[in-house]
Design a protein around this ligand. Structure first.
Ligand code: PLP
Length: 424
């Protein structure tokens, strides 16, 4: 009924047809035109088995629609004093409320950034610069994302003493190990919640409580990127001072994230300019990205329970099926979260198997996408053998995956093991 469709709807339809997302014969779909959760319908015609959702996710319809609306209808500058500015500002306020709701914090505690990397950098440099006169030590886990480790390395070059805490053999950061590394002169401790390569979970609320008792001047930061909307955590009930989230891991577009800053925790900005976001992150807010993030966060938060159950089924199927294939070893411990499963096929290098699977339209990664094929510092920190590190694959699920995707991956690996070991 094109004649009655609104302008944004028409724009959106054009956008969808261009992107090949509308359900036409021969066009790949993700099941969104059929009722029920996306990707889980029986009749969807998805071509690929995309199992790299910890690298990034497909943008959900709600986020796309909101983004198009913000770019073409509510496109005023949120700082402008007129009605169009106010409309954009109100939309950003709504997005802030959605992200805050999923984080269990006050909307005013959030600063939107260009993503997880910027939020982590703002946390580390912002805290270090604000507290430099009160202490010199910074404690991080040895398997943080590169945006924490590289920022910490830069701070070390600037004279801060950076101490790395290794995980135990199960990939967990033990609170006692953090307390051993942190002293009363520690100004910042940064421990991630869910490791992005193995899915291991750290009790960051507990670690924060212990750290705050040990380090009176110190701030506690956590990278929540891989656990956001998956692991329930009400930030306002914790002693966590700073927390990072990123949009593109939860079906928002790339290029947007946020840093939570607890009331009273003082950090300095990295950028200087206008009055936006309490001067902590000046510059015209990217209303389309922020509002798409708000929609994606609302969707993920509303669906967290069915999504969790679905992803648990996928992970259980994967773990069960690989058990039957001699030569595959699991690197993610049993207690890891289900959306990330790391495994190795010793004897076949990760990249070889990854490209073999890619030819069959099965997409996984050999570790963190940011590492671009470099050897995993995460698996090395867990003490895994070089043979396991060199052959590691990370499978990461979203709720859009199906049991068939899991089977395609396992069948592909089994075929790869046969074919590639014979051709050696
Ligand atoms: N932190 C973790 C744990 C991540 O997995 C990632 C992305 O892979 C980031 C931070 C960086 O986020 P972004 O890609 O939004 O910069």
């Amino acid at each position: 009924m094109l004649a009655f469709a609104s302008v944004p709807q028409i724009m959106y339809n054009i956008f969808c047809i261009r992107m090949g997302k509308l359900s036409q014969k021969g066009v790949k779909t993700h099941g969104e035109s059929t009722p029920g959760p996306p990707g889980r319908t029986e009749n969807h015609e998805k071509m690929e088995a995309y199992l790299d959702n910890s690298a990034t996710t497909r943008v959900c319809d709600r986020a796309v629609q909101k983004m198009v609306y913000m770019m073409q209808q509510a496109y005023g500058n949120p700082s402008s004093l007129h009605r169009m500015g106010l409309e954009a500002e109100l939309e950003i306020r709504r997005a802030r409320e959605s992200v805050a709701c999923a984080l269990g914090c006050a909307p005013s505690a959030l600063v939107f950034t260009s993503g997880g990397t910027e939020a982590n950098n703002l946390a580390l440099f912002g805290a270090a610069r604000a507290l430099a006169k009160r202490g010199n030590r910074i404690v991080v886990s040895a398997y943080e994302h590169s945006s924490v480790l590289a920022a910490a390395a830069r701070l070390a070059e600037q004279g801060f003493e950076v101490v790395q805490v290794p995980p135990d053999e199960n990939g967990v950061i033990q609170p006692a190990a953090v307390l051993q590394a942190a002293d009363e002169k520690t100004i910042l401790v940064s421990i991630m919640q869910v490791n992005n390569e193995t899915g291991t979970l750290n009790d960051v609320a507990r670690i924060a409580r212990l750290v705050k008792a040990r380090c009176p001047v110190g701030l506690f930061h956590t990278d929540l990127v891989q656990g956001f909307c998956k692991v329930p955590l009400a930030l306002q009930n914790t002693q966590i001072d700073l927390a990072t989230v990123s949009g593109h891991k939860i079906h928002a577009p790339k290029g947007v994230g946020a840093l939570y800053i607890k009331k009273g925790a003082r950090i300095l900005p990295m950028l200087y300019g206008g009055e936006q976001q309490g001067k902590l992150r000046p510059g015209t807010e990217s209303a389309p990205l922020i509002c798409a993030f708000g929609e994606a966060a609302a969707r993920a938060w509303e669906n967290r329970e069915p999504d969790r159950i679905h992803i648990e089924r996928l992970a259980a199927r994967l773990r069960e099926r690989v058990q039957d294939i001699p030569g595959i070893v699991l690197n993610s411990p049993a207690g890891a979260l289900p959306h990330i499963v790391n495994l190795s096929v010793p004897g076949i290098r990760s990249e070889i198997l990854l490209h073999f699977l890619e030819q069959r339209e099965v997409y996984v990664s050999s570790g963190s996408a940011c590492a671009k094929g470099a050897k995993s510092h995460v698996l090395a920190a867990m003490g895994l053998s070089p043979a396991r590190i060199d052959s590691a694959l990370r499978v990461s699920f979203s709720e859009e995956n199906t049991l068939q995707d899991v089977d395609r991956f396992v069948d592909g690996v089994a075929l790869g093991m046969n074919t590639l070991s014979r051709s050696k």
